[in-house]
Design a protein around this ligand. Sequence first.
Ligand SMILES: Cc1cc2nc3c(=O)[nH]c(=O)nc-3n(C[C@H](O)[C@H](O)[C@H](O)COP(=O)(O)OP(=O)(O)OC[C@H]3O[C@@H](n4cnc5c(N)ncnc54)[C@H](O)[C@@H]3O)c2cc1C
Length: 281
Amino acid sequence: MRPAPFSYSKPESLAQALHAIAGGAMPLAGGQSLIQAMRLRTQEPFAVVDINAVHELSDRIEITEHFVEIGALCTHRQLIESEVIRQEFPWLAKAALDLGDVQVRNRGTVLGNVCWADPRANMAVALLASNATISVTGTKTELIPITEFFTGFRATVLGPRLATSIRLIRNSNSIGTYLEFARQRQDLALCNVCVVHDDHGTCVSVGGIHQRPIRLSALERILNDPDSTIRDLHVQIQNTLSKPIFDPIIDHHGEPAYKLHLAAILIERAISACLKGGDRD
Ligand SMILES: Cc1cc2nc3c(=O)[nH]c(=O)nc-3n(C[C@H](O)[C@H](O)[C@H](O)COP(=O)(O)OP(=O)(O)OC[C@H]3O[C@@H](n4cnc5c(N)ncnc54)[C@H](O)[C@@H]3O)c2cc1C
Protein backbone atom coordinates (compact mmCIF):
# COMPACT_ATOMS: atom_id res chain seq x y z
CA MET A 1 0.00 0.00 0.00
CA ARG A 2 1.14 3.59 -0.56
CA PRO A 3 1.34 6.03 2.36
CA ALA A 4 -1.29 8.76 2.68
CA PRO A 5 -0.04 12.11 1.26
CA PHE A 6 2.49 13.88 3.49
CA SER A 7 5.01 16.71 3.23
CA TYR A 8 8.73 16.01 3.63
CA SER A 9 11.50 18.27 4.91
CA LYS A 10 15.18 17.65 5.61
CA PRO A 11 16.49 20.53 7.74
CA GLU A 12 20.15 21.03 8.60
CA SER A 13 19.71 22.52 12.06
CA LEU A 14 18.21 21.19 15.26
CA ALA A 15 16.18 24.39 15.67
CA GLN A 16 14.54 23.87 12.26
CA ALA A 17 13.85 20.19 13.02
CA LEU A 18 12.31 21.07 16.40
CA HIS A 19 10.22 23.80 14.75
CA ALA A 20 8.83 21.23 12.29
CA ILE A 21 8.15 18.74 15.11
CA ALA A 22 6.41 21.45 17.18
CA GLY A 23 4.20 21.99 14.11
CA GLY A 24 3.20 18.30 14.10
CA ALA A 25 5.82 16.69 11.84
CA MET A 26 7.04 13.20 12.73
CA PRO A 27 10.81 12.62 12.91
CA LEU A 28 12.23 10.18 10.37
CA ALA A 29 15.58 8.52 11.12
CA GLY A 30 16.27 5.21 9.33
CA GLY A 31 12.60 4.78 8.38
CA GLN A 32 12.61 1.04 9.15
CA SER A 33 9.54 1.24 11.38
CA LEU A 34 7.94 4.52 10.35
CA ILE A 35 7.83 4.00 6.58
CA GLN A 36 6.40 0.51 6.99
CA ALA A 37 3.71 1.87 9.34
CA MET A 38 2.94 4.70 6.89
CA ARG A 39 2.59 2.22 4.05
CA LEU A 40 0.21 0.12 6.17
CA ARG A 41 -1.50 3.40 7.12
CA THR A 42 -1.28 2.65 10.81
CA GLN A 43 0.61 5.98 10.90
CA GLU A 44 -0.61 8.86 8.73
CA PRO A 45 1.52 11.91 9.58
CA PHE A 46 0.73 14.96 7.44
CA ALA A 47 4.42 15.93 7.66
CA VAL A 48 7.67 14.05 8.10
CA VAL A 49 10.95 15.69 9.11
CA ASP A 50 14.05 13.75 8.10
CA ILE A 51 16.66 14.25 10.85
CA ASN A 52 19.63 12.76 8.95
CA ALA A 53 21.10 16.14 7.86
CA VAL A 54 20.80 17.84 11.27
CA HIS A 55 24.34 19.04 12.13
CA GLU A 56 23.86 18.77 15.89
CA LEU A 57 22.92 15.06 15.65
CA SER A 58 25.63 12.45 15.39
CA ASP A 59 25.97 8.84 14.32
CA ARG A 60 29.01 8.41 16.54
CA ILE A 61 29.54 6.45 19.74
CA GLU A 62 31.45 8.84 22.04
CA ILE A 63 33.54 7.34 24.81
CA THR A 64 34.54 9.23 27.95
CA GLU A 65 36.02 7.94 31.18
CA HIS A 66 32.62 7.17 32.77
CA PHE A 67 30.12 7.13 29.90
CA VAL A 68 29.38 5.79 26.45
CA GLU A 69 27.11 8.12 24.45
CA ILE A 70 25.33 6.67 21.40
CA GLY A 71 24.31 9.41 18.92
CA ALA A 72 20.78 9.66 17.53
CA LEU A 73 21.87 8.61 14.04
CA CYS A 74 23.97 5.58 15.10
CA THR A 75 22.71 2.50 13.25
CA HIS A 76 22.40 -1.02 14.59
CA ARG A 77 25.33 -1.98 12.39
CA GLN A 78 27.55 0.76 13.85
CA LEU A 79 26.64 -0.46 17.34
CA ILE A 80 27.52 -4.06 16.47
CA GLU A 81 30.85 -2.95 15.01
CA SER A 82 31.80 -0.74 17.96
CA GLU A 83 34.76 -2.13 19.93
CA VAL A 84 33.63 -0.56 23.20
CA ILE A 85 30.08 -1.93 22.87
CA ARG A 86 31.36 -5.42 22.03
CA GLN A 87 33.80 -5.40 24.94
CA GLU A 88 31.75 -3.66 27.64
CA PHE A 89 28.10 -4.14 26.56
CA PRO A 90 28.11 -7.34 24.45
CA TRP A 91 24.42 -7.99 25.22
CA LEU A 92 23.57 -4.77 23.34
CA ALA A 93 25.56 -5.97 20.32
CA LYS A 94 23.67 -9.30 20.57
CA ALA A 95 20.28 -7.51 20.68
CA ALA A 96 21.25 -5.46 17.61
CA LEU A 97 22.51 -8.53 15.77
CA ASP A 98 19.19 -10.31 16.41
CA LEU A 99 17.28 -7.34 14.92
CA GLY A 100 15.93 -7.66 11.36
CA ASP A 101 18.23 -8.43 8.45
CA VAL A 102 21.43 -6.79 7.26
CA GLN A 103 19.63 -4.03 5.29
CA VAL A 104 17.46 -3.15 8.28
CA ARG A 105 20.50 -3.04 10.58
CA ASN A 106 22.36 -0.85 8.07
CA ARG A 107 19.56 1.74 7.91
CA GLY A 108 17.75 1.55 11.25
CA THR A 109 18.99 3.55 14.21
CA VAL A 110 19.30 2.35 17.79
CA LEU A 111 17.48 5.42 19.11
CA GLY A 112 14.75 5.09 16.45
CA ASN A 113 14.08 1.58 17.76
CA VAL A 114 13.79 2.96 21.31
CA CYS A 115 11.54 5.88 20.21
CA TRP A 116 9.29 3.51 18.25
CA ALA A 117 8.72 1.86 21.65
CA ASP A 118 7.32 -1.39 20.38
CA PRO A 119 6.80 -3.65 23.43
CA ARG A 120 9.24 -6.15 21.87
CA ALA A 121 11.76 -3.71 20.39
CA ASN A 122 15.19 -5.36 20.78
CA MET A 123 17.15 -2.25 21.74
CA ALA A 124 14.42 -0.94 24.05
CA VAL A 125 14.45 -4.19 26.04
CA ALA A 126 18.27 -4.46 26.11
CA LEU A 127 18.80 -0.79 27.07
CA LEU A 128 16.10 -0.99 29.76
CA ALA A 129 18.08 -3.62 31.68
CA SER A 130 21.25 -1.55 31.10
CA ASN A 131 19.83 1.48 32.98
CA ALA A 132 20.44 3.73 29.98
CA THR A 133 19.51 7.41 30.01
CA ILE A 134 17.96 9.15 27.01
CA SER A 135 18.94 12.73 26.22
CA VAL A 136 15.88 14.62 24.96
CA THR A 137 15.74 18.11 23.46
CA GLY A 138 12.78 20.46 23.02
CA THR A 139 12.69 23.91 24.57
CA LYS A 140 15.35 22.57 26.95
CA THR A 141 17.55 19.47 27.15
CA GLU A 142 16.74 16.75 29.66
CA LEU A 143 18.23 13.41 30.62
CA ILE A 144 15.43 10.87 31.06
CA PRO A 145 16.10 7.47 32.66
CA ILE A 146 14.90 4.80 30.23
CA THR A 147 12.82 3.31 33.06
CA GLU A 148 10.61 6.44 32.74
CA PHE A 149 10.67 6.66 28.94
CA PHE A 150 8.00 4.15 27.86
CA THR A 151 4.40 5.01 28.74
CA GLY A 152 2.31 2.47 26.81
CA PHE A 153 1.94 0.61 23.53
CA ARG A 154 4.36 2.40 21.14
CA ALA A 155 4.10 5.44 23.39
CA THR A 156 6.80 7.46 25.15
CA VAL A 157 7.21 10.63 27.21
CA LEU A 158 8.78 12.36 24.16
CA GLY A 159 5.93 14.55 22.88
CA PRO A 160 7.11 17.22 20.39
CA ARG A 161 10.80 16.71 21.20
CA LEU A 162 13.78 14.91 19.72
CA ALA A 163 15.85 12.24 21.40
CA THR A 164 19.48 13.16 20.75
CA SER A 165 21.52 10.37 22.36
CA ILE A 166 21.61 7.36 24.65
CA ARG A 167 23.97 7.43 27.62
CA LEU A 168 25.36 4.32 29.27
CA ILE A 169 27.46 4.17 32.42
CA ARG A 170 30.70 2.27 31.94
CA ASN A 171 31.20 -0.45 34.50
CA SER A 172 33.98 -2.94 33.97
CA ASN A 173 32.18 -5.50 36.17
CA SER A 174 28.97 -5.62 34.09
CA ILE A 175 27.75 -8.93 32.72
CA GLY A 176 24.64 -9.30 30.61
CA THR A 177 22.64 -11.58 28.35
CA TYR A 178 20.01 -10.80 25.73
CA LEU A 179 17.73 -13.62 24.57
CA GLU A 180 14.67 -13.67 22.35
CA PHE A 181 12.17 -16.11 20.90
CA ALA A 182 10.98 -15.35 17.37
CA ARG A 183 9.07 -17.58 14.97
CA GLN A 184 11.94 -17.27 12.52
CA ARG A 185 15.17 -15.33 12.33
CA GLN A 186 14.66 -11.65 11.36
CA ASP A 187 11.11 -11.64 12.76
CA LEU A 188 10.20 -9.34 15.59
CA ALA A 189 10.47 -11.43 18.78
CA LEU A 190 7.35 -12.88 20.41
CA CYS A 191 9.15 -12.40 23.67
CA ASN A 192 12.61 -11.04 24.57
CA VAL A 193 14.55 -10.75 27.77
CA CYS A 194 17.68 -8.98 28.96
CA VAL A 195 19.45 -9.59 32.26
CA VAL A 196 22.31 -7.32 33.33
CA HIS A 197 24.36 -7.76 36.49
CA ASP A 198 26.82 -5.19 37.84
CA ASP A 199 28.16 -3.84 41.16
CA HIS A 200 24.71 -2.39 41.96
CA GLY A 201 22.78 -5.63 41.44
CA THR A 202 20.80 -7.45 38.78
CA CYS A 203 18.27 -5.90 36.37
CA VAL A 204 15.74 -7.93 34.39
CA SER A 205 13.74 -6.52 31.47
CA VAL A 206 11.13 -8.27 29.36
CA GLY A 207 9.41 -7.47 26.07
CA GLY A 208 6.25 -9.01 24.66
CA ILE A 209 4.21 -9.65 27.82
CA HIS A 210 2.99 -6.10 28.52
CA GLN A 211 1.99 -3.02 26.50
CA ARG A 212 5.53 -1.67 26.87
CA PRO A 213 8.93 -3.19 27.63
CA ILE A 214 9.13 -3.60 31.41
CA ARG A 215 11.54 -4.23 34.25
CA LEU A 216 10.61 -7.02 36.65
CA SER A 217 11.39 -5.15 39.86
CA ALA A 218 9.80 -7.79 42.14
CA LEU A 219 12.11 -10.43 40.68
CA GLU A 220 15.07 -8.03 40.82
CA ARG A 221 14.48 -7.54 44.56
CA ILE A 222 14.61 -11.32 45.07
CA LEU A 223 17.73 -11.70 42.90
CA ASN A 224 19.44 -8.89 44.78
CA ASP A 225 18.57 -10.40 48.17
CA PRO A 226 21.72 -12.11 49.47
CA ASP A 227 19.54 -14.73 51.24
CA SER A 228 17.74 -15.97 48.11
CA THR A 229 19.08 -19.16 46.56
CA ILE A 230 19.36 -20.15 42.93
CA ARG A 231 17.43 -23.36 43.80
CA ASP A 232 14.09 -21.59 44.13
CA LEU A 233 14.71 -19.35 41.11
CA HIS A 234 12.24 -21.24 38.90
CA VAL A 235 9.45 -20.80 41.47
CA GLN A 236 10.30 -17.12 42.02
CA ILE A 237 10.11 -16.41 38.27
CA GLN A 238 6.77 -18.23 38.02
CA ASN A 239 5.44 -16.27 41.03
CA THR A 240 6.53 -12.94 39.55
CA LEU A 241 4.92 -13.68 36.20
CA SER A 242 1.70 -15.01 37.73
CA LYS A 243 0.90 -11.63 39.37
CA PRO A 244 -1.95 -9.79 37.59
CA ILE A 245 0.20 -6.73 36.88
CA PHE A 246 0.60 -7.28 33.16
CA ASP A 247 -1.54 -5.71 30.48
CA PRO A 248 -0.92 -8.22 27.69
CA ILE A 249 -0.65 -7.49 23.98
CA ILE A 250 -3.52 -9.18 22.16
CA ASP A 251 -2.37 -10.28 18.70
CA HIS A 252 -2.41 -13.31 16.44
CA HIS A 253 1.10 -14.42 17.51
CA GLY A 254 0.01 -16.27 20.65
CA GLU A 255 -2.08 -16.20 23.80
CA PRO A 256 -0.82 -14.04 26.71
CA ALA A 257 -0.28 -17.24 28.76
CA TYR A 258 1.99 -18.62 26.04
CA LYS A 259 4.07 -15.43 26.01
CA LEU A 260 4.37 -15.53 29.83
CA HIS A 261 5.52 -19.14 29.51
CA LEU A 262 8.16 -18.05 26.97
CA ALA A 263 9.23 -15.21 29.25
CA ALA A 264 9.71 -17.58 32.20
CA ILE A 265 11.94 -19.88 30.14
CA LEU A 266 13.97 -17.01 28.67
CA ILE A 267 14.46 -15.31 32.05
CA GLU A 268 15.72 -18.53 33.65
CA ARG A 269 18.07 -19.15 30.71
CA ALA A 270 19.34 -15.57 30.72
CA ILE A 271 20.06 -15.65 34.46
CA SER A 272 21.97 -18.94 34.14
CA ALA A 273 23.85 -17.55 31.13
CA CYS A 274 24.84 -14.52 33.26
CA LEU A 275 26.07 -16.82 36.01
CA LYS A 276 28.34 -18.39 33.39
CA GLY A 277 29.75 -15.00 32.30
CA GLY A 278 26.99 -13.64 30.03
CA ASP A 279 27.21 -12.67 26.36
CA ARG A 280 30.72 -12.23 25.05
CA ASP A 281 32.23 -10.71 21.95
C1 LIG B 1 12.16 -6.38 7.87
C2 LIG B 1 12.20 -5.72 9.21
C3 LIG B 1 12.54 -6.49 10.33
C4 LIG B 1 12.61 -5.90 11.58
N1 LIG B 1 12.93 -6.68 12.67
C5 LIG B 1 13.01 -6.14 13.90
C6 LIG B 1 13.37 -6.93 15.02
O1 LIG B 1 13.66 -8.12 14.94
N2 LIG B 1 13.41 -6.30 16.23
C7 LIG B 1 13.12 -4.97 16.41
O2 LIG B 1 13.17 -4.48 17.52
N3 LIG B 1 12.78 -4.21 15.34
C8 LIG B 1 12.72 -4.75 14.11
N4 LIG B 1 12.37 -3.97 13.04
C9 LIG B 1 12.03 -2.55 13.29
C10 LIG B 1 13.14 -1.57 13.03
O3 LIG B 1 14.31 -2.06 12.49
C11 LIG B 1 13.46 -0.60 14.15
O4 LIG B 1 12.38 -0.21 14.91
C12 LIG B 1 14.18 0.54 13.49
O5 LIG B 1 15.53 0.22 13.35
C13 LIG B 1 13.93 1.89 14.11
O6 LIG B 1 14.92 2.80 13.73
P1 LIG B 1 14.74 3.80 12.49
O7 LIG B 1 15.94 4.66 12.54
O8 LIG B 1 14.48 3.05 11.26
O9 LIG B 1 13.47 4.64 12.99
P2 LIG B 1 12.29 5.27 12.13
O10 LIG B 1 11.50 4.22 11.48
O11 LIG B 1 12.80 6.38 11.27
O12 LIG B 1 11.47 5.93 13.34
C14 LIG B 1 10.81 5.11 14.28
C15 LIG B 1 10.03 5.99 15.25
O13 LIG B 1 10.90 6.71 16.10
C16 LIG B 1 10.76 8.13 15.91
N5 LIG B 1 12.11 8.64 15.97
C17 LIG B 1 13.21 8.18 15.29
N6 LIG B 1 14.31 8.81 15.70
C18 LIG B 1 13.90 9.71 16.65
C19 LIG B 1 14.59 10.67 17.47
N7 LIG B 1 15.91 10.83 17.40
N8 LIG B 1 13.86 11.40 18.33
C20 LIG B 1 12.53 11.24 18.42
N9 LIG B 1 11.82 10.34 17.70
C21 LIG B 1 12.51 9.60 16.83
C22 LIG B 1 10.05 8.29 14.59
O14 LIG B 1 9.29 9.48 14.54
C23 LIG B 1 9.17 7.05 14.57
O15 LIG B 1 8.04 7.25 15.34
C24 LIG B 1 12.31 -4.51 11.75
C25 LIG B 1 12.00 -3.74 10.63
C26 LIG B 1 11.95 -4.33 9.36
C27 LIG B 1 11.61 -3.48 8.19
